[in-house]
Design a protein around this ligand. Sequence first.
Ligand code: UDP
Ligand code: MG
Length: 317
Amino acid sequence: MPHLCSFVIPAYNEEGNVKAIYQVIHEAFDPKGIPVELVMVNDGSKDRTPAVLKELYEETGGKDLTVVNFSRNFGKEAAILCGLRHAKGDYVCLIDADLQQSPEIAYQMYEKLENEPDTDCVAAFQEVRHEGVILKFFKDSFYRIINRMSSITFMPGASDFRMCRRNMIDAILDLPEYHRFSKGIFSWVGFNTAFIPYEAAERNSGSSKWSFIKLFNYAIDGIVGYSTAPLRFASVLGGILTAGSLLFLLVLLILSFIPGVNTSFRETLIGVILFAAGLQLIAAGILGEYLSRVYIQVKQRPVYIEKEVLERKDDAC
Ligand code: UDP
Ligand code: MG
């Protein structure tokens, strides 16, 4: 029996795409005899997306199709989470509604999961990105910074377009955090992820929902969500300032014993002010250390994830 494959499709203002994606996914999987289900999450679209989805639901009789309409726009991450919660498949594939990501690649992912039992997830990454120089610079810098600051690894160019086994999806659903950053969550839960290259096609209809500001905020979400290093910044700066000003005051003290050398009150005052400022920063850094622990605790992530357990057997001899 082939495995059921769920497609989780976030859709925001995709009236021209939702029927097309339903069709192309069926065209790619039906001839191979692979059962699919689509979970379409309308993320508070302002166009006719909900009406078109309703039409599609009625035309198909709800076969292979779950539609969820959000009460307003909650963002792609929220739509993904909702889709994952509704998906019933043994394999779950995240795919955009705009047909930039080809179901043929999704089929390659399916085959890889079928043939490689050790692979838990197959993610697509864009080998060639058709982006402006500035955007590319910012994206590359983001990966450099986050990989240095975080204990988990972020693969540059990896997209949300991926197919994972049920055990990995359940692990992702076990993360109850509010601020969700999928790229980080996929890495954080572990498991074996294989990467396959793909080239994003042109959007079928409509326009991209990501402005530079949205991308920038997304990058900040990633850094804040997966690193507490910024909280250490105050203590590092405080340490440098305190040590520097102490050295400065020490030099002033030594100079004051040398006959003929005049050390002014003003220099001493500057030294003392810098020393006090350094101590305050160290104190802020100490608060940061406690805050980072509180922050990690309130996320309520599991302490570990069990991928497999080989249970003790009572009747074994
Ligand atoms: N999307 C969403 N909510 C949003 C923004 C986007 O559900 O607030 C969906 C969108 O409909 C699409 C996917 O997320 O299916 C990717 O968005 P888009 O194609 O605009 O991103 P790009 O391909 O330009 O990175
Ligand atoms: Mg797109």
